[in-house]
Design a protein. Sequence first.
Length: 612
Amino acid sequence: MTSVPDSIDPRAREMIPKCKILVIGAGGIGCEVLKNLALSGFKDIEIIDLDTIDVSNLNRQFLFRKEHVGKPKAIVARESILAHSPDIQIKAYHDSILSSDYGLNFFRKFNLVLNALDNRTARNHVNRLCLAADLPLIESGTAGYSGQVEFIKKGITQCYECQPKATEKTFPGCTIRNTPSEPVHCIVWSKHLFNQLFGEEDPDQDVSPDMEDPEAKVEGQISETDTGNVKRLSTREWIKEIDYDPEKLFNKFFFDDINYLLKMANLWKTRTAPKPLLYKDAEKMTKQEKVQDNVTIREMQLLPIAEYVQMFRDSVATLKQQLDNKNHLVWDKDDNIAVDFVAACTNIRAQIFSIEPKSRFDIKSIAGNIIPAIATANAITAGLVVLFAFRLLVEQYEKCNFVYLRPKSIHSRNILAADTTLPKANPNCYVCSPEPFVNVFVTVEKMTVLEFESEVLKKHLNMIAPDVVLDGKGVVVISSEEGETEVNNSKSLSELGIVDGSILKCDDFVQNYSLTVAINQYNPLEKDDPIFKVVANPEDLKAKEEEVKNSKEDTTSVPEKDPVKVGISQIDINSEDPQEGPSCKKRKIEYAEAEDSDDDLTEVPVTIPMSP
């Protein structure tokens, strides 16, 4: 049985048993939050989590045991809580919070929403629904020994999207395709290969050798028409023709393509040349020592190449079977077969390029952008979450300043530091301002409707199912109804009458979110300019560009690899990399380094106000 602690505000003690709480995420923080809620007297709780339990979760997610591995986290968390507190009414959903089943009306049932999520997309989505429902949201996250808890409420604080988050690290496409030098390059390549074989087709994730690599452009050595024995057109059709034969796939990506790279002799003047590897030869590359059979130990070990070949073969067969029942697959760090495929391809490619191999555990961590979670950080953070919940029930907003868990120094313990005031909403926020508005700078003759939807609306503006109408003309540009506006996908914006000064009305019924987009004609002047920019206030853009221009004039140092400008989204099509030759004329490959932890993600602010 549970009871409400006497130390809690008397008004809150009365409200706790009647309060209806939604907990999103049942991982490291989620388990701790659920336990705290149960022990504090909350009687009506609902949990949503999409993940299933993995062996690696058991060292800190204490609601789970070895016999629960493979089962849904939300369902098992509910059963574990009820085993200790049978008087609680608790409901669990093994599902994605992004599903349209959990829309505005679903959120309106609750008094509080507690986030314990592991990715930015879901956080953005919950942020918008809580704003629409006018619900208080407690956002939390941990990364290693650090953590933070934030209170978000419409009209009271800034929202989750008021301030730009850390930008993503990028790698030039020619590095990923032609000249990998680090394990992460092989991991990114392998994830792109997964998408090429089983996922949604994306030309920016083509893993074939980059024929436009400027370093390889030496007269008389190679031409774009010299394709050797490698079939490059309609790769997806070729894959189907060979019926996903693992040996043919292996030889194409690890032998034929590597031989093709060797023709680019200019690439290997100062680098170690790769060594092509045939399937039949790789099968024989074994070690004498026995590899231990224990699953956990094998996760941490480096296996013989022959075992990675077998892992490649088995995972391709299983993934093909899964694909037979779906339009495409999505790589997931919690899908063991998908991780096997990436781990196998990573270490085979690493072998070819004389790069240090990584264990399956390490590859999963990097590919899934995982920061190791610490049980104590989860416990401290979850405790703060529930303390915030007590205060929010009685609207003590002034006592819910953002709190950060940070190392005091390398020689001492962590400390808790709180902001002195609640941060106010950004007046130019395109999510929580009274009339959300944003300027998009784009070359209307070049950007297609499909690119506008995927790159601008979904990836940058975080919409789930956008509907777009050209204001004043009533032209439906994009519809969330499947097939309704598919004919527009390949058309440029200008072909649909979207020109400089056009206004687009964008709605997302899943998020109950509306946004006005002003289109501004934009022509990139330099090679490293993005193909589009998104800003709430054009004056901010001018100021930022002037700042960047001045910094370029004042510095003599080598420019950083990642040219992303703070607060401005970009996709580089002609970006220059000082380490990769004069210009990589392909879109840069985005890779979010440590964006999500295993269970809990912290978005660390650039400046952290600390107590004296």
